[in-house]
Design a protein around this ligand. Sequence first.
Ligand code: NAD
Ligand code: UFG
Length: 337
Amino acid sequence: MVLVTGGAGYIGSHTCISLHEAGFDFVIFDNLCNSSQESLARVEKIIGKKIPFYRGDIRNKQDLQNVFDTHKIDSVIHFAGLKAVGESVEQPLHYYDNNVNGTLVLCQVMQEYNCKKIVFSSSATVYGDPHTTPIKEDFPLSATNPYGRTKLFIEEILRDLYICDNEWKIILLRYFNPVGAHKSGLIGEDPNGIPNNLMPFISQTAVQKREFLNIFGDDYDTHDGTGVRDYIHVVDLAQGHVKALHNIDKIQNVLSVNLGTGNGYSVLDMVRAFEKASNKKIPYKIAPRRTGDVAKCFADPSYAFEVLGWRAEKGIDEMCEDSWRWQSQNPNGYSRD
Ligand code: NAD
Ligand code: UFG
């Protein structure tokens, strides 16, 4: 049985479907601080099966022990965490408590129950401002904000855990920029309030929830001056977790793996691709650069293929079509109108 912390969230919900398709049994643990029961109901609809769900907080030992007492958990996919960069600058203690302390408590409980396999949601943010692209796993690590530092600290904590006990099997998946949604249009990204990230902002502009997109800077050293990122379809990302579980028993040492496509697209490339997919015009204005943004961030994904046999399969058009289907069918996300 796989324990999926944060399984009601954006990436977690998609991963649950891939786990089901691959024949894994799993249980979801989430405090729903950034997700809803409705996403679980939709996942159940897609897979045609009830999913054991525990509402609880990873910082609460008893909440977790309750799950480990009820199910024989052999491995954990650990998505639960807070992820808003700006909020992390305003509330660093909250981020360190939720993400770092939460992971400590989770690992303590895992140790108590002799469950020593964990796949952790890390991020390309651990590369800070990379000196060159594409980014390889052995590039220097740094952080530019408290959110990024929680990822960096958790990676270090997990490395220390392995050093003290080599029975641990630990995979750190460093995601680039997840976008897109499940083909059904039933589940997708449902940000709270005004989206920080590009794709939900574009898709909300397309359904006229937002008047126009602000493009943060057009004077970067990139092919058209706007920021370049490695957008990856969330279903490809979900599949990366299945591959991680398939390979976790054979890994030596802590494995850090980039999950990206290796393609860098600019903000304007994304706007054009989304316009094509949705047949809607995306009005935009050029705005000043956003503090902390880097010019270019894209992966060298070859190590993921080498060690996990995984590579991304979906391109930019499919990412935009699937994001659009989700957004147009659910203009208000999961909230019931
Ligand atoms: P999300 O907010 O949709 O999902 C996270 C889930 O964790 C939510 O359902 C939330 O309710 C739950 N959660 C948070 N704190 C919890 C706690 N203390 N106890 C129990 N549950 C808790 O985010 P997502 O986009 O699905 O991201 C999943 C993971 O991937 C996060 O760790 C995030 O930092 C990481 N990540 C995301 C991105 C991205 O751009 N989406 C990029 C890199 C890494
Ligand atoms: N952008 C805009 N306008 C917007 C939003 C974004 O022009 O309204 C631009 C940004 O300047 C950047 C690109 O679109 O060039 C992508 O921005 P996102 O906010 O979607 O993604 P980031 O790469 O900045 O950040 C994401 C996650 C972070 C994570 C980081 C590295 O949001 O949590 O990837 O993994 F730390």
